[in-house]
Design a protein around this ligand. Sequence first.
Ligand SMILES: [Zn+2]
Length: 274
Amino acid sequence: MPELPEVETIVRGLDPILRGRQISGYQLFSRKAWRQPDFTCLENLCHKIVQRVWRRGKFILLSPTWGPTLIFHLKMTGRLVWVPRTTPHPKHLVFILNFRNSREELRFIDTRKFGYISCRPTEEVISGEAPELAGLGPEPLEIDLEQLQTILKGRKGRIKSLLLNQQVIAGIGNIYADEILFRAGIHPLRPAHTLEPEKVQLLWQTMRDILQEAIKKRGTSFRDYRDAANRAGNYQQLLQVYGREGKPCPHCGQPLQRRRIGGRSAHFCPRCQK
Ligand SMILES: [Zn+2]
């Protein structure tokens, strides 16, 4: 599933392309992907000028200078790509957004069809009141150390599960949670409230470092993820533990383990992570 670095890479690719363009129409191929009772919102977007493409958690947001914001969630296998209009339609095409005087179009493609599109008044998206975004935790690249300390204080949940919980902190998924905990030397099963202040500081710093490094590498293409130009990311070459169960730990050589935690698998080194 695309996580913060992948979504951020897509947004950074699309924003300069779409800014200032006028939306001319849309085509919806999968009604299931559209999370609204009708199409008023989409109709209202036509003829609007794109002001910016931005991100909140794992959501991609397309806001016009005036009018509602389009919300995309890629879920497991969604892709949002900018391609020539003449490119043949792929099998799992969900949605197209067309732009005036443009030889390209924005396509939402999703093989497993868990991804969705919605639309809300831009004020509600910015304030976080839009139902899709309601309750999202803070951005991991924006919170300071004190905020993270406050978030984790008194939480008895396992640190891995908390990092994955979008209501606690928004944007981190399984790959980066495993990588962050490995580099910080924290066992994924550790209850959050047992982390010493130095460990929380290390976690905070590591979270920032890894997410920024992954953005620099344009994300991780473990399976489906592609950026807006349909290119794979490069961070998969730097993964230390994710998807490497049974292989030697890059630090100590001990075989890495994989264990189910709250319905998700955690990859970790039993020796390096306490
Ligand atoms: Zn190790």
